[in-house]
Write a protein that binds this ligand. Structure first.
Ligand code: 16G
Length: 199
């Protein structure tokens, strides 16, 4: 009994999702302007060892932060910091951190985040932002970049966003254009003000 309780607690905590996974199964990939060859989707990512799902607490041990390290500087994030951030994101809502796992090795190989901003404009609408897109580059040719970006873009539509925005390196513009993103004439500049980098 004691052990059973321990196991179920562990499972419950570790497999805890940031957002309900069912929503990913509902996404209609035929609605995306992206073309997949062969056809894949979040529900059927093309390999039986691959799964597209929300971030879990256990992902601290599945190389999530190392994967993000392929995008930018992450710093030394402790398990406690990760746990607290996970809890805060979940409590505040609007954070849809989505990952692709290689279940043969229990490692994350792709990630992208939809963040949802609440607005007064557009009849109190929601704006989605595509953030922190990263794919392990040893998994080339599996359309994973497309898969993860289309997944969170359809998710933005599904949760009611009126638009989805991103900023990216110039060389990635063409890639995002194939997925339905547009440089809007006269309205295509991303500007930053940088403060101290805590990492
Ligand atoms: C890119 C990312 C952004 C990320 C930033 C990190 C996409 C579409 N854009 O702009 O989400 O936060 O890079 O770069 O993934 P930084 O460390 O220079 O802020």
């Amino acid at each position: 009994m004691g052990m059973e309780k321990y196991n179920s607690n562990m499972d419950g905590k570790d497999s805890e999702y940031l957002y309900p996974p069912e929503i990913l199964k509902r996404l209609d990939f035929s609605k995306s302007p992206a073309t997949f060859k062969p056809k894949i989707s979040a529900a059927n990512p093309g390999e039986d060892w691959m799964v597209v799902r929300p971030l879990q607490r256990a992902d601290y041990d599945k190389g999530f932060l190392q994967l993000l390290g392929q995008l930018t500087s992450v710093g030394n994030v402790s398990r406690k910091q990760f746990d607290e951030r996970f809890t805060m994101m979940k409590a505040s809502g609007g954070y849809f951190v989505t990952v692709i796992e290689d279940t043969r090795i229990n490692k994350l190989i792709g990630a992208a985040t939809l963040t949802v901003e609440q607005k007064f404009i557009h009849n109190c609408s929601l704006r989605g932002r595509l953030e922190d897109v990263v794919v392990n580059d040893t998994y080339r040719g599996k359309q994973l970049g497309k898969l993860i970006v289309v997944t969170v873009s359809l998710l933005a539509h599904e949760v009611g966003c009126y638009k989805m925005s991103l900023d990216c390196k110039d060389k990635l513009i063409k890639f995002y254009e194939t997925l339905g993103y547009k440089l809007e004439p006269g309205n295509s500049n991303a500007m930053n003000m940088r403060f101290d980098d805590p990492s």
